[in-house]
Each structure stands twice: as structure tokens, then as C-alpha cells.
Design a binder for this molecule. Structure first.
Ligand code: ADP
Ligand code: MG
Length: 367
């Protein structure tokens, strides 16, 4: 990575990368101990790093256009919190984290719901583990990266994003049980099925994401308590229909039906019936729109536009209130579907969306 040489005047010891992700299906199920099915994007965050002998970290980011230095004697805020949080989480877990100089660049769009934050944490974590020769098995890494984001940066998120960035495999989606943290790599070779995944960044401004996320999470926990289960993962539809509070009932119905849609999607993919997951994607979107109430006009318009352009299924991906939509389309129909979405946006006077085709890529790795 040439930027490291420019910033530090030397070659790095190594270069590491970790991808952004999209979630194929399973939204707001992770913190309910349920199931998710993300895959890694080809877009990724790259970290070039060298070890230094002092317990001090210097980090430059091309996207932040800034170089910062910290030693953990004071709390780091801003984008540096995601990096300092990883050092902190590793130390909390008892590891001797090596001091380092890092240069970071990324082609994951920031703040678009494609998890540039997890890509950053996962790339830095992978680099520091390798640089220090730390004994940290891959299956334990997502929890540490999540702690960096939750406890150090102060952003509440589930375990999905970091698991996807660290554990995904090319050509596969990652079936993750968020209770046991067991994973299974599910073949998701869309090209072999004559299909493509079109992702549309709606460019919708995120509105009240953090407070709405906290509210959904709290309602799910209340519903689980009312049903006397450990988490909504343990509830059934008939239990949910007995909930007295109508808002709890709708929120819980989303979680319970969404978990089932993940299981159904996994089963279809195991059988190679890729096209047939389309209706499950569209049903997931309807559930997020009507029961969980986390969509906004831009994402609803993108889904409707994609479906009217011939997509087999389409849904919002990510936490909601903006972000991206993904659509399953014929491989030769990506331009047509993208154009249909763009014209639906133009009709509504929305900012033009940004479509791209995503092929499931690998998880975090040394380059
Ligand atoms: P998302 O994860 O969906 O992209 P977030 O709001 O969770 O959105 O994370 C975006 C934040 O992560 C940015 O505002 C920035 O603080 C940090 N970030 C991500 N990638 C980089 C990067 N390459 N350089 C600096 N900061 C980054
Ligand atoms: Mg994020």
C-alpha cells in the first residue's frame, strides 16, 4: 500500500484487509439470539501496519484525512475510537498488544449501512493479532471487535457485522446462530444460477438511527420478558399473538417470522434453489416496513422499483432508517432494474441512488 510509505517514509511490515457486508436476510434478529445470513462485499478496508517498540499507536486514515496518536491513557473519540477500541478490547482480554503505526484506506462507503465500522475494526484487529503473534482463534475475534464498537466507541450493535467481516468466505453466505455463535458457510454462487445481487445505496439520510435502534431493542426485550422466554428466538408465533401490547406484538412477530425466513432461505440455498429465495426477501421487507417499522420512503421506493423492474425479490438490508436495498435479479437484468429504481426515485424527487453489483467475497485476511 503506497500510502504507508508516503505517511511514514518506510515500507509496512504487512497489509491486511477486511470487507464490508450486506445481510441477505435476518434483520434485527441478532440481538434477539436469532439467525442472520450476511455475505462479505468485494469492498474492503485495507490496513498497512508496522510494529513499534513503545505501547503507542499512530493511525492515518485516507477517508478521515487525519493522523492520530494514542496510548490509551485518554479516551479516543471520533473515528479513532473504532481503532483505539480494538486495542482496548484486546488488552481487556489479556493480550499484549504491540504498538503500531497504521495507514488505512477503504472503498466501503461510510455510513451507508454496509458496515464500514466493522470493516475498520476487523481489519485493525486482524493486523494487530498477526503483528503481535497473539493467540486469538478466529471464532473469538468477532466478540472482541464488537466490544470495541459497543463498549469503547459506545455504539450499540449486535454481533452480525463483525462476524461477517471476519468469518465470511468467497462465494458463500454466513449462516450465523447469534446465540451459540456457530457458523455454517452456505453456498451462494449467484452467477452459477444465472443471477446477480444488485445493491442500491438509497443515499437516504439516516434519521434517528441510534434512538430508534435502542427503542426496537428495548421493545424486543420487554416482549421476551412478557412471554417469559430468554430471548425472542425462543418464542413462537402463537405465543406472540397472545401479547397484550399491540406494538410489542408487531415487533415480536417480525423477529419470529424473520428467524423462520432465514432458516427457509438457508434450506433453499442448500438445495441450490437460489431464485426461490426472492419471495422470502420481499416478505422480509414487508415485515420490516409494517411490523418493525424501520423503513423510510426511499428504501420502500427502491424495493418497489426493483420488483417492478423484474427482480425476484428485494429488501432493505441493515438496521434501517435509510441505507441500502438488495435485489435478486437475472444476471443480464442488472442495468434494467437499476434504471427502474432510478426512475422511481426521479419521480419522487429523491436524490439519485447508487447501484452496484455485489459478488460474495472473502472475510478478513492478510494480503
Ligand atoms: P456503517 O458501519 O454502516 O458504514 P457507521 O456509522 O456504523 O456506518 O460507521 C461509520 C463510521 O466508521 C465513520 O463515520 C467513521 O467514524 C468510521 N469509519 C469507517 N471506515 C473508516 C475509515 N476508512 N477511516 C476512518 N473512519 C472510518
Ligand atoms: Mg456500522
Amino acid at each position: 500500500m503506497k500510502q504507508f510509505l508516503t505517511v511514514y517514509g518506510a515500507e509496512p511490515d504487512g497489509v491486511w484487509a477486511a470487507p464490508g457486508r450486506v445481510n441477505l436476510i435476518g434483520e434485527h434478529t441478532d440481538y434477539n439470539d436469532g439467525f442472520v445470513l450476511p455475505f462479505a462485499l468485494p469492498q474492503r478496508t485495507v490496513v498497512a501496519a508496522s510494529r513499534v517498540d513503545t505501547p503507542e499507536w499512530t493511525v492515518w486514515s485516507e477517508q478521515a484525512d487525519e493522523r492520530i496518536t494514542f496510548d490509551l491513557s485518554e479516551h479516543v473519540s471520533g473515528w479513532g475510537a473504532y481503532v483505539a477500541g480494538v486495542v482496548w478490547a484486546l488488552r481487556e482480554a489479556g493480550h499484549q498488544v504491540p504498538g503500531a503505526r497504521m495507514a488505512i484506506t477503504s472503498d466501503v462507503p461510510l455510513g451507508a449501512g454496509l458496515s464500514s465500522s466493522a470493516a475498520l475494526e476487523s481489519a485493525v484487529l486482524t493486523a494487530l493479532v498477526d503483528l503481535g503473534g497473539l493467540d486469538l482463534p478466529v471464532d473469538q475475534r468477532p466478540r472482541l471487535a464488537q466490544r470495541a464498537e459497543n463498549e469503547y466507541a459506545g455504539i450499540p450493535t449486535g454481533i452480525m457485522d463483525q462476524s461477517a467481516s471476519i468469518r465470511c468466505r468467497a462465494g458463500h453466505a454466513l449462516f450465523l446462530d447469534c446465540r451459540s455463535l456457530e457458523v455454517e458457510h452456505i453456498p451462494f454462487d449467484v452467477a452459477a444460477a444465472g443471477l446477480a445481487v444488485l445493491i442500491v445505496d438509497t443515499k437516504a439520510p439516516h434519521r434517528h438511527v441510534t434512538s430508534e435502534y435502542a427503542a426496537r431493542r428495548a421493545t424486543c426485550e420487554e416482549a421476551a420478558r412478557a412471554l417469559d422466554v430468554q430471548a425472542l428466538r425462543d418464542a413462537t408465533l402463537s405465543m406472540v399473538s397472545g401479547l397484550a401490547d399491540p406494538v410489542q406484538r408487531r415487533r415480536a412477530r417480525h423477529v419470529v417470522t424473520e428467524d423462520q425466513r432465514v432458516l427457509d432461505t438457508v434450506e433453499l440455498l442448500r438445495q441450490g434453489r437460489v431464485r426461490e429465495i426472492g419471495p422470502l426477501m420481499t416478505a422480509s421487507h414487508a415485515s420490516m416496513r409494517d411490523d418493525f417499522e424501520i423503513t423510510v420512503p426511499e428504501v420502500d421506493t427502491a424495493v418497489e422499483g426493483a420488483l417492478s423492474g423484474g427482480a425476484y425479490g428485494a429488501r432493505m438490508t441493515g438496521g434501517g432508517f435509510g441505507g441500502c436495498v438488495l435485489a435478486l435479479v437475472d444476471a443480464d437484468a442488472t442495468d434494467k432494474v437499476a434504471a427502474t429504481v432510478a426512475s422511481a426515485f426521479a419521480d419522487r424527487g429523491f436524490t439519485p441512488p447508487e447501484p452496484f453489483v455485489a459478488v460474495p467475497g472473502p472475510g478478513a485476511t492478510r494480503l
